[in-house]
Design a protein around this ligand. Structure first.
Ligand code: SF4
Ligand code: SF4
Length: 187
């Protein structure tokens, strides 16, 4: 009986995103354009390289890194890549793995709380809504008072609509979420 080889980290990223990290030739354009690179412990091109290398050590470094939680999803790296790769999607996949495997660094837990609150609001209203998002984030993160003084200013400028906006296609959005959660359960 032939043993099935364990998927490599690169296999897992390709399976989740379609990104073939083997295609990355380390030109560094993603890192050069990344507005968050200076705050990252591992830059976007280094992330791609570590996924290529794979193995336990690379996996441990990536899944415990703060870089994957510093990415703001602006997609500059993806737009700049001459190989049409999508480092932002690869980083997304690594974040999901870190969450699944419980390796999110303690100091990044608030970022995780924000991601969860964001998805919950989108799941229910079909779009981002500032007030419910802020309320849910504050309740789940314990970060109750930071930026609180900005609220009256934003309210006065009409930047915080009190009534959540909803879209017409909420049923379809819920169906997408259900399909994603089902896929997640199958893993
Ligand atoms: S821009 Fe593309 S090819 Fe260049 S290092 Fe980044 S991911 Fe690799
Ligand atoms: S999507 Fe993330 S990694 Fe890519 S340029 Fe923006 S912040 Fe940097």
């Amino acid at each position: 009986m032939t043993k099935t080889a364990k998927p490599t980290l690169a296999d897992e990223v390709r399976e989740a995103t379609g990104v073939d990290v083997a295609e990355c030739y380390q030109c560094g354009k993603c890192t050069a354009g990344c507005p968050m690179a200076r705050y990252m412990d591992i830059t976007p091109s280094q992330i791609m390289r570590l996924v290529q290398i794979g193995g336990e050590e690379a996996r441990r470094r990536l899944l415990a890194s703060t870089a994957i939680w510093s990415c703001v999803g602006c997609l500059t790296c993806t737009q700049r890549c001459p190989k049409d790769l999508d480092p932002a999607a690869a980083i997304d996949a690594l974040r999901e793995m870190a969450h699944r495997e419980g390796t999110v660094p303690h100091e990044q837990k608030r970022v995780l709380a924000f991601h969860k609150a964001f998805l919950k609001i989108v799941q229910h209203t079909g779009r981002m809504s500032e007030v419910p998002l802020t309320g849910l984030y504050k309740m789940t993160s314990g970060d109750l008072f930071s930026d609180v003084l900005l609220a009256p200013v934003m309210l006065a400028k009409g930047k915080l609509p009190l009534v959540p906006r909803v879209i017409h296609g909420r049923k379809e959005i819920r169906r997408i979420f259900k399909a994603c959660l089902r896929k997640e359960d199958e893993r």
